[in-house]
Design a protein around this ligand. Structure first.
Ligand code: SAM
Length: 367
């Protein structure tokens, strides 16, 4: 068992993230070194990163660009010297006056959130980083995502005025909050802060190997998995919870940094993030079984952590079991466990996520 927490784990928070010891316990129990571990809803990438740390191979995907960027950065990390060289190169290319016009055109929120010199640097990084195509730029982008907003009054690691580190609060609410308290944004140098954060994160050694990470709907998993040499031995995952959050809205500022619009949207591109209807939710879960049954190894283990607003734990377990028939493979529930959500991380994201009182962990065997 790992004793010291690897510093990459906390690179960037994520809604409904599970703790690394959840992934670690199941990887230890169900796999051997060299096995392939899958997480098709990888969020901040805990399962694939922990799998690499334990000498396993990993395949991970997510539809959310923030999840993709953070997971890819952790599991395909560049060496620290390359990262520092790239930061110096970018710093030397940065010309503040080029970014002033764009800074001024941004909505009012940004002027309250960031001091002008910081925002010009953020805009330059946003436009310049090739985070999809380059490992080094992906790690720099992930470090920025982890520092983009947070509790500035407590820590100098954040670029914004006082905000939660977890979700991006809405513009009108945020501006009112800052005005009422006469809060001014801190004067941070993005390049200097990134160097500090990089040294801090890289204090833990990098794992051997890299994960295969894709940015896609989980229904594309069978197509993505065609390229694999072996088949996944186990899945450790948590699909979107029923009616709990809209990740697009709650992460709007991080999504903006990755190329999205400068305001919150809730278009629910995948249609899966926050269901109004239970039918839609169970359709999604049925599709998961369909996808998994096409890619998993014989006698594979599937561990699912699931939650839902105003749903009883037994309803979740029964639903998971009932929908498993859509995979057309034999699926047996070996074990399940219910945990009450007291002081869990979902509270720190949305203290108001009322009705989400439980999570269930189910262990299935698919033959
Ligand atoms: C409960 S969170 C997973 C959190 C993750 N276990 C962690 O520790 O960070 C569910 C994830 O499912 C992703 N998701 C939602 N709909 C999806 C879809 N259709 N295909 C792939 N991923 C999807 C969301 O973007 C979110 O990252």
């Amino acid at each position: 068992m790992t004793i010291v927490r690897h510093r990459f784990h906390a690179l960037c928070p994520y809604f409904a993230m599970f703790p690394e010891n959840f992934a670690e316990t199941w990887i230890e129990r169900l796999t051997r070194p060299g096995d392939l571990v899958l997480d098709p809803f990888c969020g901040r990438g805990t399962t694939p990163f922990q799998a690499l740390l334990m000498g396993r191979h990993a395949l991970a995907g997510d539809i959310n660009p923030v999840a993709f960027c953070v997971t890819k950065a952790k599991t395909n990390a560049p060496p620290l010297p390359a990262l520092l060289r790239r930061l110096t190169f970018l710093e030397n290319r940065f010309e503040p006056s080029h970014w002033e016009g764009e800074r001024r055109r941004l909505p009012e929120f940004f002027r309250w959130a960031y001091c002008p010199s910081t925002l010009r640097q953020v805009l330059f990084m946003r436009a310049t980083l090739n985070w999809i195509g380059s490992k080094t730029d992906c790690m720099i982008a992930a470090l920025i995502l982890g520092s983009l907003h947070g509790e500035t009054e407590k820590s100098p690691s954040f670029l914004s005025s006082q905000m939660p580190h977890t979700i991006s609060t809405k513009p009108l609410y945020s501006i009112r909050f800052w005005k009422e308290r006469s809060l001014r944004p801190p004067d941070r140098d993005v390049f200097e802060l990134l160097r500090q954060r990089a040294h801090f994160r890289y204090a833990s050694p990098l794992p051997d190997g890299e994960a295969m990470v894709y940015h896609d709907d989980f229904r594309e998993l069978p197509r993505r998995a065609q390229k694999l040499v072996g088949r996944p031995r186990c899945v450790i995952t948590s699909p979107p919870y029923f009616d709990v959050t809209n990740a697009e809205e709650d992460q709007w500022l991080r999504l903006w940094f990755l190329g999205g619009p400068p305001f919150p949207t809730a278009t629910d591109k995948s249609g899966d993030c926050r269901h109004g209807s239970l039918t839609g939710f169970w359709d999604l879960i049925s599709d998961i079984w369909r996808s998994l049954s096409r890619v998993m190894d014989n006698k594979a283990d599937v561990v699912i952590r699931l939650g839902g607003k105003n749903l009883e734990p037994e309803e979740l377990v029964r639903g998971l079991q009932a929908t498993s028939v859509f995979g057309r493979r034999k699926v047996e529930l070996l074990h399940h466990e219910v945990s009450a959500l007291k002081n869990r991380q979902t509270n720190s994201f949305r203290p108001g996520s009322k009705g989400l009182a439980f999570e269930v962990d189910c262990h299935f065997r698919m033959s």
